[in-house]
Write a protein that binds this ligand. Structure first.
Ligand code: KG4
Ligand code: ZN
Length: 341
């Protein structure tokens, strides 16, 4: 069934056409430039930008997929969590379309969609759950840092989350201290490549704690104090690279150690990761090495599916409909604070 999926939970306007797990199109319009000048996402601006972009993005997605809107057999959208006014744009569009076409509508939990984004194969990409197995899944983005135990297909339990800043937020805030533009994660990744990760010893918050929660605001604060005491460092490009590499190493260490520890404790044979920070090369190689050492299988979401996108929303919606789950009522509301249960 060609399914039209919408994602507008934060600052990416995305529409995808998915058909039996195959991505026929996945158009993403990022608002990064709009929000960069404010150093972070401004909710009101995000919602208005989604309103302006949604239908052009939807037209492009249908055109690329060579599917007429009347051939759409189901519609889906992110229902939560996210910025309320931003969520409403995609959710209402999908609801209205389903209502007009008399087709089922599915409102999905954004993090649940991330959980399935590493399960793909081939080029062009298609969802592939043939080797699906229980796993521990790390979801790391600018808004969230979660560890989830995926017990079986469509059954999972939240293990832990960040108690303050998300990992991506930490990259972005440290970048701001260094003077990098928002979002700073990709630039820190690039600068860190020529830096020494052992140049400065930053804390690895909660790395020894037995629970699966994370905390990154203390790390950001220690970088702030460090720069207050060593302001000259910011005038030396080589030392800036060392700083980026050292901060990145601290973040990656915590994420890798806690993910592997949870996987071993729960005796799963597989680890997966998704979310914008999963684009980070040190995190990808850190997880790869650790999983090899512990003989765990690793599935990292493809880069285009790491950041927010509608294809993952479509995969999950299709999966839910195929498994006989009830469609979402057309008079349902968004759930901005929806926590993965
Ligand atoms: O998933 P995403 O697109 O949006 C949400 O926050 O929901 O993730 C964006 C976050 C930003 O904080 C950005 O700095 C971070 O992901 N990010 C990275 C990299 N690419 C994106 N952080 C570190 N290294 C990267 N290569
Ligand atoms: Zn996300």
């Amino acid at each position: 069934m060609p399914l039209l999926a919408f994602e507008t939970s934060c600052d990416e306007t995305s529409v995808a056409v998915v058909h039996r797990g195959q991505i026929l199109s996945n158009v993403v319009s990022s608002q990064i430039k709009l929000h960069a000048e404010y150093g972070g996402v401004v909710p009101e601006l995000a919602a208005r930008e989604h309103l302006r972009n949604l239908l052009p993005v939807a037209s492009a997605a249908l055109h690329q997929a060579r599917v007429k809107v009347t051939a759409i057999e189901a519609a889906a959208a992110t229902r939560g969590p996210g910025l309320p006014s931003a969520l409403m744009v995609g959710f209402n569009a999908a609801q209205s379309l389903a209502f007009r076409l008399r087709r089922p509508f599915v409102g999905v939990q954004h993090h649940e969609a991330h959980l399935y984004s590493p399960w793909t194969k081939d080029n062009p990409l298609r969802a592939d759950f043939s080797n699906f197995e229980p796993n521990v899944s790390l979801i790391v983005s600018g808004g969230h840092t979660l560890l989830v135990h995926v017990q079986s297909d469509l059954a999972y339990r939240l293990l832990g989350a960040t108690v303050d800043d998300a990992a991506g937020e930490c990259f972005d805030k440290v970048g701001k201290l260094i003077g990098l533009p928002y979002p700073a994660g990709p630039e820190i990744d690039r600068l860190a490549e020529s830096g020494n990760p052992r140049a400065f010893a930053f804390p690895r918050p909660m790395i020894q704690e037995p629970d699966d929660d994370f905390s990154f605001s203390g790390l950001k604060t220690s970088v702030r104090y460090f720069l207050r005491d060593h302001p000259e460092l910011l005038t030396d490009p080589r030392r800036i690279c060392d700083l980026c590499a050292s901060v990145q190493a601290a973040i990656v260490d915590v994420l890798v150690v806690k993910t592997i520890r949870a996987a071993k404790r729960l005796r799963v044979a597989c680890v997966t990761a998704s979310g914008g920070v999963t684009c980070n090369r040190a995190l990808r190689s850190g997880l790869t090495e650790a999983c090899q050492q512990e003989r765990l299988k690793l599935r990292l979401a493809e880069r285009i599916l790491c950041t927010d996108n509608a294809a993952m929303v479509g995969f999950l919606a299709e999966r839910k409909l195929n498994s006989g789950e009830r469609a979402t009522d057309t008079d349902s509301d968004i759930l901005p604070g929806w926590i993965l249960q």
